[in-house]
Write a protein that binds this ligand. Structure first.
Ligand code: 4NP
Length: 148
């Protein structure tokens, strides 16, 4: 799960998907394309929204996306089109590019919809983001359960 800062959107996506899959079989992690928040806790507003929905994300720490992630993960879900561009710049092969998917394509296929960055907004923005990611992660979890 990749966003810009790895403190607002992708930590929520990581926590939500982990809550829906067997984490002994599926490795779920998140990262940011920017390195400003490496080592930090998620934004307190993401922590609060996750907690309100019964998910604890306080074990997460900010991490920067690395080109090695292309080797370690089968799917790389990005939150918006800007993240998409930043991540595919680091890809070396067509197969690596193919791993990168806009997460909201899960619910709005081929519509190029972004998860809005809630960083500069209020708590309603975080609730909206939570709901979008919850719906998208439900689809991802269903597919992973089928083994593809
Ligand atoms: P995120 O939100 O990409 O959803 O984690 C942001 C958080 C921090 C910054 C940008 C986006 N920042 O510029 O510090």
């Amino acid at each position: 799960m990749v966003c810009l800062g790895n403190i607002c959107r992708s930590p929520l996506a990581e926590g939500i998907l982990k809550s829906k899959v067997n984490t002994s079989k599926v490795l779920v992690e998140s990262a940011g394309t920017g390195g400003w928040h490496v080592g930090e806790l998620p934004d307190s507003r993401s922590i609060d929204i996750a907690k309100k929905h019964g998910i604890d994300i306080t074990d997460q720490r900010g991490r920067k996306f690395s080109p090695y992630d292309f080797e370690n993960y089968d799917f790389i879900y990005v939150m918006d089109n800007s993240n998409y561009q930043d991540v595919i710049k680091l890809a070396n092969t067509h197969e690596e590019i193919e791993k990168v998917k806009l997460i909201l394509d899960e619910i709005f296929p081929n519509e190029n919809v972004d998860v809005p960055d809630p960083y500069y907004g209020g708590s309603q923005g975080f609730e909206n983001v939570f709901q979008m990611l919850d719906e998208a992660c439900e689809k991802i979890a269903e597919r992973l359960q089928l083994g593809n």
